[in-house]
Design a protein around this ligand. Structure first.
Ligand code: HMG
Ligand code: MG
Length: 298
């Protein structure tokens, strides 16, 4: 049965901006995140505490974290690859840490410079320390359907990584279609396996919309009872270490789908459109969201 309520995590300020060549100033990021904080969304991934040489677009993560106005109804999380990142994130202020790795060996190395086996102890240390500080921890698993270097990834490979992350103590898992290549039958195959092992409340789906399949895939996941999705305002986004990875599925388009289906989100469409127009003007280019194109002033 499809859920009545769905929770979206806004990843625009992190996944959305990490691949943009144009640096959005700290002032603009802060103003934009403050707008997002008032849309009704309950979680915002506001930046990444990674090596700024790897992701220059988010080099001001600490400053951003210190300056945003915190809405007590919003969980503010950020990407954290290691203890160094966690220390910075705690200084800047986070409610949640998102650790990340890949189901594909090659993508894992390209993205975080370690083999899968070498990654587990690094993440375990982050998870343990974050939990000591009473922070929620999400584990991202990338390339759950396909890797740009290795090709198809099997549900068994994904399950192994999920098992390790859950054993290491993450609260939930976000499954990433990093290059946006999956079709609904692949989503079904993966969820058939995943939901045998983990309760659906622990599973978040993270679709990139490279080939326009994200909405169909979300519909499929909804029919499996999945209630949590990562989305990005306007459809901004992409992983710089995954060639061909386009933006995340647009928050605007997912809201159009959900609200049209009568599923509530607590998010106000109009405020999302305003925040989309703000960042679209700053970037000086049309954002990929389809439904945004029909909003006046875009
Ligand atoms: P490394 O080079 O192996 O790290 O990078 P290292 O520990 O050997 O240290 C090398 C240098 O990095 C040192 O500086 C460290 O201090 C510095 P130096 O002495 O050379 O001046 N360093 C750091 N600086 C700041 N913050 C840190 C940090 N850690 C080390 N936290 C590392 C390893 C993981 C840091 C690097 O590979 C990295 O930053 N990767 C980031 C990759 C990334 O952000 N990718 C995009 C996000 S993932 C994604 O988009 C997928 C997702 O959306 C889901 C999906 O779509 O599938 C989540
Ligand atoms: Mg992503």
């Amino acid at each position: 049965k499809r859920p009545d309520f769905v929770q979206l995590k806004e990843v625009g300020p992190r996944d959305g901006l990490q691949n943009e060549k144009q640096f959005i100033t700290t002032d603009d990021k802060v103003a934009w995140i403050d707008m997002l904080s008032n849309t009704g969304v309950t979680e915002i991934e506001y930046s990444s505490f990674v090596n700024p040489k790897w992701i220059p677009a988010l080099a001001d993560a600490k400053e951003v974290g210190k300056r945003i106005k915190r809405n007590p109804a919003v969980v503010y999380s950020a990407l954290v690859p290691n203890i160094r990142g966690l220390e910075n994130a705690l200084e800047a202020g986070i409610d949640g840490a998102s650790v990340f790795m890949s189901a594909s060996e090659t993508h894992n190395v390209k993205n975080i410079n370690k083999s899968i086996t070498e990654t587990y102890p690094v993440l375990k240390q982050v998870i343990d320390e974050a939990k000591k500080e009473k922070k929620k921890v999400t584990g991202y698993v990338s390339t759950v359907f396909e890797c740009p270097y290795e090709g198809k990834i099997t549900p068994t490979q994904v399950m192994q990584v999920c098992d390790q992350l859950i054993t290491s103590g993450v609260n939930d898992i976000s499954l990433g279609d990093t290059i946006g290549s999956a079709v609904p039958s692949q989503v079904e195959l993966l969820l058939d396996e995943i939901l045998k092992r983990f309760p659906k409340e622990k599973i978040i789906m993270h679709f990139h919309d490279t080939r326009g399949m994200a909405i169909a895939n979300i519909m499929t996941a909804l029919n499996y009872g999945i209630t949590r999705f990562d989305t990005s305002i306007g459809g901004l986004g992409g992983c710089p270490y995954a060639p061909g990875a386009a933006g995340n599925v647009a928050t605007n388009d997912v809201l159009y789908l959900l609200h049209g289906l009568g599923i509530s989100t607590g998010i106000q469409d109009k405020k999302v459109q305003e925040a989309s127009i703000f960042i679209q003007n700053k970037l000086g280019k049309k954002l990929p969201s389809r439904s945004l194109a029909y909003v006046e002033g875009t």
